[in-house]
Design a protein around this ligand. Sequence first.
Ligand code: ATR
Length: 285
Amino acid sequence: MAGPRRPCRNPAFSMDRYAVIGNPISHSLSPRIHARFAAQLDDPVEYTALLAPLDGFASVARAFLDDGGRGANVTLPFKIEAFELAHVSSRRAREAGAANFLARRDGRIEADNTDGAGLVADLARNLGVGLRGARILLVGAGGAARGVVMPLLAERPARLVIANRDAARAGALAARFAAQGAVHACALDAIPADGFDLVVNATSASTKGEPLALPEAAWRGAPLAYDMAYGPAARPFLAAAHAHGARASDGLGMLVEQAAESWFLWRGRRPATGEVIAALRAGAA
Ligand code: ATR
C-alpha cells in the first residue's frame, strides 16, 4: 500500500526572503555571510542585495517587506531612515538613533541595531579583549560611533573617551550617554596622554580617502587598534597602528557578528561565526 502522500514542496517558492539594502551595495559581503549561515544551520533562506536610490530607501524597503520579505539589513547611508521607517524599535536602535536591522512581524516593521553587539562580540570573543575596566578611545562622533557607545559602556570600561575633529560633536555624544558610564569627550589634538587599551576608529576618513591624523597620545599604552571598516578602507588606520607597535584588526569580524545577531533575531538560532570569518579572510566565501 502506498504511504501518505507528501505535499509537493518546491524550496524556491517557500524560502523565507531577506535582503541587505544600501547604496552602493554591490560590494556587500552580507549575501555571502548569510548563505554560509544558511548552509551551516541547514536552514535555507533567500538573501539578496538591493540597491536603493539615495532618495528612495523607504519605498524600496517597504516594497520588499510588503511583498513578503521577512526582514532586511540596512547599510550606509540609510541607517537613520531605517530607524524612522519602523513602527516599533528596540532600545538599542533608539539609543543609536539608527537601525541596521528590520523585521516584518504581524504586519508591523520592527527595527533593531546589531552593530554594537557585533563590535563587542568581535572584540571580546574573537580578539580576546577584556572590556571591563579597559581604557577605550573611540575616534569619531558620527552615526557609526553613536551606534557603539552604549554597547561599549555596558561592558563597564574604566573610561570611554570620544575624540573627534569637531570637538563639540564629541561633547554632544558624550553628554547623551553621560548617565550610562564614565564617558568623556575631547578634540583629536587634545587626546589625554595617560594611555589606552583599545582605540576604535569610527570615522569615515579613510572611506573618503582622507588622512586621519592622530596624535602620539592615542597610541600610548600599546593599544589594540580596531577599525570598524574592513578591507582597503581599514588599511591606513591599521598601518598607522602597526607603525606605533600596536596590534590591529579591521571590522570584518564585527560585520559577521552583527549578521549573526541579525540571523538570531530573525530565525532564533545563533550561527557559529569563527568559520565564516576565517573563510572570508581566506577569500573562500
Ligand atoms: P558615519 O555615519 O559613517 O559615522 P558621519 O555621521 O558623517 O558618518 O560621521 C563621520 C565621522 O568621521 C565624524 O566623526 C567625522 O568628524 P567630524 O564630525 O569632525 O566631521 C569623522 N571624519 C570624517 N572625515 C574625517 C577626517 N578626514 N579626519 C578626521 N575625522 C573625520
